[in-house]
Ligand binder design. Structure first.
Ligand code: NAP
Length: 587
């Protein structure tokens, strides 16, 4: 392709997408946009760091061939006032991968923000923000190392769709009239009106990307964050479509949180990812007090906007938070802060946000070794208190360095002792694994307490059932009683005999069918006093429906079934305890 100002770098090859996968040559061409304001300072520093990490990791066998693309003020100078030239757009599409510094939004009528234009024109539907803690970085949390999440924010719809009408305008009056007259809606006079479209298409492609990421990076869970308790047909629908997509397209490798408890007793099966959901407002609290419960987050546009900055602030602020806007393959990695014009060309600011966006990019193209070198070397430099001004003002005894000075210190570390960096990588992996195992042990030992701590409210029988002990027919009642006492349980299920029916024996049966009937437990077989047929309910039955069945049939426990096999018991005591512990909201 012939470009006007863009120069295709010699010796590089294009990254391709083939059969659903990226094919990355050893010498890929990657686009970069310097950006405005502080953009040139941080881009210059980061290009040096990324190149050094690639060189160190692959000894010259791999190398990125950078292709400069123009957007913002630098573009306007070259393309006659055009801030986002067509050839930049085409090159980003063609190269698939590029990285950009911050851009000034041109002031004046008729301009879309350049970042909005970029997202819309390339249909970059997912805004991806990994947030994790690097030792040494100042943080307001007591245990910031527990934060390690990747947020997938839907980028194309929600209240950002731009369907909004000004108070008192003829458009707002027209929409208001329709809503009042045709839809019988009630609201105050002269309201401004905004529309929040949420579609199955956009929700599902976002959740698909989040689950695929979790699988590729061996993450534990994907949490759908929504406000579905209030906005049922938009936020609630996002949640439902998320679960539907997981079931339909990733059924083999995902399970719901409900199934984690009901079918696996809290023990996460190897190779499976847990899909769960949380209400948006509680999520802010949970990310402060229990961030380790969360891993990959998929959410709608507005929730994602708030949540990404709030979580980034937990581990060092937006100054070092990386990000990317992505389509299926095309991805534009970017610094998440703005152009900070007062610091432009002072070689002063923190390059962290752009730097880690580049780390994301290296991971995205599968160059994990180079990415690891940066993430492992970075905390070592910061822990020595060699930092830019923004961190220096939050630290005692810091050595303040310039943007380029920080890059030099980091490159020295990257080129230092690689073996001990490798040991640190292993140490971090072990720490993550240890923490996973501890969480799992808590879930298995105390499922209800773990559920409460993780911010989940039980809402199905599968969530609260006790797992059952089964007994074969033919065993004498006194032996069964020993088993019940040893395991501290008040009932057992009796496997089917010749009639093919399951039965239940409870403590009550000992009173009425042994003591009251004046029989010896050593001479009566369990199936003779057990009750059948059983009242069974499916594992995903909501609690209030289960309660209705128990009241309607005047019974105190039901058997929970999955795939027609009994897997647990729910008693009125269980329901009493859950309502006391979690409260009960009318449905
Ligand atoms: P900003 O450029 O992000 O700067 C706000 C403050 O954040 C700075 O004054 C500085 O704080 C701190 N900061 C930002 N980047 C930093 C870095 N790399 N290292 C250390 N500190 C950093 O936000 P703004 O002033 O609201 O926006 C300026 C321009 O950027 C606007 O034209 C806006 O439209 C644009 N913008 C672009 C993007 C983008 O391209 N993605 C995003 C946001 C804003 P202190 O003053 O405390 O030192």
């Amino acid at each position: 392709m012939a470009y006007q100002h863009i120069k295709y770098p010699q010796g590089g090859e294009k990254i391709q997408a083939e059969q659903g996968k990226l094919v990355v040559p050893a010498h890929p061409v990657i686009g970069f946009v310097e950006g405005d304001g502080i953009g040139p300072d941080i881009m210059r520093a980061c290009l040096r760091i990324w190149d050094a990490a690639v060189e160190q990791a692959y000894g010259g066998k791999r190398k990125i061939h950078w292709m400069e693309l123009f957007m913002g003020e630098k573009a306007a100078e070259r393309y006659d006032g055009n801030f986002f030239p067509d050839e930049t757009r085409e090159a980003m599409q063609d190269l698939l991968i590029s990285i950009k510094g911050p851009l000034t939004t041109p002031v004046g009528g008729g301009f879309r923000s350049l970042n909005v234009a970029l997202r819309q024109d390339l249909d970059l539907y997912a805004c991806v923000r990994p947030v994790r803690y690097y030792p040494g970085v100042p943080s307001p949390l007591r245990r910031p190392e527990r934060v390690d999440v990747v947020i997938f924010r839907e980028n194309t719809e929600d209240v950002y769709a731009g369907i909004e009408y000004k108070s008192g305008s003829p458009e707002a009056e027209k929409v208001a009239q329709f809503l009042r007259e045709e839809m019988k809606a009630e609201f105050f006079e002269s309201s401004g009106i905004g529309v929040k479209p949420i579609s199955p298409f956009a929700s599902k492609r976002l959740v698909r990307k989040a689950i695929q990421y979790a699988l590729d990076h061996e993450r534990e869970s994907v949490t759908l964050v929504h406000k579905g308790n209030i906005q049922k047909y938009t936020e609630g629908a996002f949640r439902n479509w998320g679960y539907e997509l997981a079931r339909e397209e990733f059924g083999e490798c995902t399970l719901t949180e409900e199934e984690l408890y009901s079918s696996y007793g809290g023990k996460q099966p190897e190779g499976k990812i847990v899909i769960k959901d949380r209400i948006a407002d509680i999520m802010f609290q949970l990310m402060l007090i229990r961030p380790e419960e969360f891993d990959v987050i998929a959410t709608t546009n507005l929730n994602g906007d708030y949540l990404s900055d709030a979580i980034a602030a937990e581990v060092g602020g937006v100054g070092i938070a990386p990000g990317a806007n992505m389509a299926d393959f095309v991805a534009v990695f970017e610094a998440t802060h703005g152009t900070a014009p007062k610091y432009a060309n002072l070689d002063k600011v923190n390059p962290g946000s752009l730097l880690f966006s580049g780390v994301m990019m290296l991971e995205y193209i599968g160059w994990q070794e180079a990415a690891d070198l940066i993430t492992l070397a970075y905390p070592e430099v910061v822990q020595k208190r060699i930092v830019t001004y923004d961190f220096a003002r939050l630290m005692e005894g810091a050595t303040e360095v310039s943007t380029s000075g920080f890059a030099t210190a980091l490159i020295e570390r990257i080129k230092g002792h690689v073996e001990d960096l490798e040991a640190r990588r292993k140490e971090r992996e072990h720490a993550i694994e240890r923490e996973r195992q501890e969480r799992e042990a808590r879930r298995v030992a105390e499922p209800i307490a773990a559920m409460k701590a993780s911010g989940r409210t039980p809402h199905t029988v599968g969530d609260i059932m006790s797992r059952i002990q089964t007994i074969k027919p033919g065993v004498f009642v006194n032996e069964v009683m020993h088993t019940m006492r040893a395991n501290d349980i008040s009932s057992v299920l009796v496997e089917p005999g010749r009639d093919g029916l399951w039965a239940i024996m409870t403590q009550r049966d000992i009173i009425s069918r042994i003591v009251h009937a004046n029989r010896s437990p050593a001479r009566v077989k369990v199936e003779d006093i057990a009750s059948k047929p059983l009242l069974t309910v499916p594992v995903d039955m909501p609690l209030h429906e289960c309660a209705s069945q128990m009241v309607g049939s005047n019974i105190r426990r039901v058997v929970v079934e999955q795939n027609e096999v009994p897997v647990g018991i729910v008693s009125d005591t269980d329901i009493f305890r859950i309502v006391d512990e979690f409260g009960w909201e009318p449905i």
